[in-house]
Design a protein around this ligand. Structure first.
Ligand code: UD1
Ligand code: CA
Length: 475
């Protein structure tokens, strides 16, 4: 967007109606804080200045945003309450000669799309208005400020729900809390805003009626997509906005060639990246920066957080975080992949297997009931059912290294640090405490000894003893 533009994002309020320890604007939808969505959209407008006004839990808000939005400047609001004061401190922090347009956004209105804002700014400039606001017509306008127009349809003022008469409250056109102002006029009229209202706050909306009283031009655009003006004040609205956002994201991927069997139970974060011919089965959560390559089948009942899934991999009934799943690998059902899991192409992590910090080579399999942690596993390895890496000695974590083509017997315990050379094998039940050379068979269980007649002698009269003597006498 060319021309002089500053963006002010209001994020200083507490959000009392959330009843939360977390500041309202940090509550996430689609894997990102509410105000993060606003900042993401704002960043696309290429403004000269982006300011975020903070006060309530300001350190927490700043800490949550600085890494992802390095261009944002944080401005502290003082003790004077209200959206008007918030904008005033922000505009005071701009260079004194800034005379461009100021786009004001609310940190709790997360669903606005950049095209809507571009349209608003273009319309504002074309109309040479002093202020342009975005409005929407809602079936239920409860809680929003109402846009009051005169008989000719010109915007006169905005009245807050708490200050509205019954007639005014019946108006269904609401103020979205999104405006473009010319900076000089905004400075001038903000200086005249008082705190004489039901909430004792400096309302930004008061600027509108001051501009009209001075015969300045105020324009309003009615949003075509009412959901995009959704303001979040409580947890019910938070969930509703999360649902709207998710529907948008799911549809975006469907248009890109992703099959989503059940959009209602499929949750995809904004940062996730899918590909064509991915299939998502019901009740699946694709979270954070998870990336899924073409042809992969995910779900049902699967949660992937910051994972990478290769082409044609199959991941069912799995919970995975910061894991990499190779092409054509299979995972699940009931697998738990913790951070640092890297499963090679055509590998397998099967039922009731937990992995962590484990590199599992190409074509290697951990099919059943295992724990693999802090391990490097070569190619073509098969870990027998219930093979465990004992990686923790109560003090430190140690690594297990397993060479190519190793096969372990069922119930092998690999007591780390330990290394199994290429092609080595372990016997069932082996407890491996010493390195195993390439090609060796490791056995650690004492040879089996049968004490004949033990049950008939020591457990006489039991079902087992009776059954044993029947079988023994039949022989
Ligand atoms: C505001 C508008 C209302 C509009 C609605 C749209 C005013 C007076 N009212 O009401 O007309 O319909 O948004 O969603 O502007 N904030 C600050 N500093 C403050 C107070 C608030 O930065 O001192 C921030 C909040 O963090 C929030 C935004 O401003 O991100 C809006 O504040 P909020 O209290 O939610 O205003 P609403 O009552 O929703
Ligand atoms: Ca609000």
């Amino acid at each position: 967007m060319t021309g002089n533009l500053a963006i002010i994002i209001l994020a200083a309020g507490q959000g009392t109606r959330m009843k939360s320890r977390l500041p309202k604007v940090l509550h996430p939808i689609g894997g990102r804080p509410l105000v993060g969505h606003v900042l993401t959209t704002a960043a696309r407008l290429e403004a000269q200045h982006i300011e975020v006004v903070v006060r309530h839990e300001r350190d927490q808000v700043v800490a949550a945003l600085t890494a992802d939005y390095p261009d944002a400047v944080f401005i502290d609001q003082d003790d004077v309450p209200g959206t008007g004061r918030a904008v005033q401190v922000a505009i005071d922090a701009l260079p004194g000669d800034f005379d461009g347009d100021v786009l004001v956004l609310s940190g709790d209105v997360p669903l606005l799309e950049v095209e809507t804002l571009r349209g608003l700014i273009d319309g504002h400039r074309a109309a040479a208005a002093a202020a342009t606001l975005l409005s929407a017509r809602l079936d239920d306008p409860t809680g929003y400020g109402r846009v009051i127009r005169d008989d000719a349809g010109t915007v006169q003022r905005i009245v807050e729900q708490k200050d509205a008469t019954a007639d005014e409250a019946a108006v269904t056109e609401i103020n979205a809390g999104v405006y473009v102002f010319r900076a000089p006029e905004l400075r001038t009229y903000l200086a005249q805003v008082g705190q004489d209202n039901a909430q004792g706050e400096m309302y930004l909306t008061t600027v509108i009626e001051l501009l009209r009283a001075a015969d300045q031009r105020v324009a309003a655009e009615i949003a075509a997509d009412t959901a995009s003006t959704f303001g979040i004040n409580d947890r019910i609205q938070l969930a509703e906005a999360g649902r709207v956002l998710n529907d948008r994201i799911v549809r975006r991927w469907q248009r890109e060639g992703v099959t989503v069997i059940d959009p209602a139970t499929t949750w995809i974060d904004d940062d996730a990246n899918l590909s064509s011919d991915v299939t998502i089965l019901p009740n699946t959560h694709i979270l954070r920066a998870t990336a899924i390559a073409p042809g992969a089948i995910i779900g049902p009942d699967t949660t992937l957080v910051d994972c990478e899934v290769g082409e044609n991999a199959i991941v069912r009934r799995t919970d995975a975080t910061l894991a990499v799943i190779g092409a054509e690998a299979t995972v699940g059902p009931f697998s738990f992949l913790r951070p640092g899991t890297v499963l090679g192409a055509k590998g397998k992590i099967g039922a009731y297997v937990e992995t962590k910090n484990a590199e599992i080579g190409e074509g290697s399999k951990v099919p059943h009931l295992s724990y693999v942690g802090d391990a490097t596993i070569g190619r073509g390895v098969n870990l027998g059912a219930s093979t465990i890496t004992a990686n923790y000695d109560d003090v430190n974590k140690h690594r297990t290294e397993i060479g190519d083509e190793v096969h372990t017997g069922s119930h092998t315990v690999l007591v780390a640090p330990v290394r199994l050379g290429a092609g080595a094998k372990t016997a069932a039940g082996a407890v491996v405490r010493k390195d195993v050379p390439a090609g060796a068979l490791a056995m650690s269980v004492a040879p089996q000894r049968n004490i004949e007649g033990w049950v008939e002698k020591n457990r006489a009269g039991t079902g087992a003893a009776d059954a044993a003597s029947r079988e023994n006498s039949a022989e």
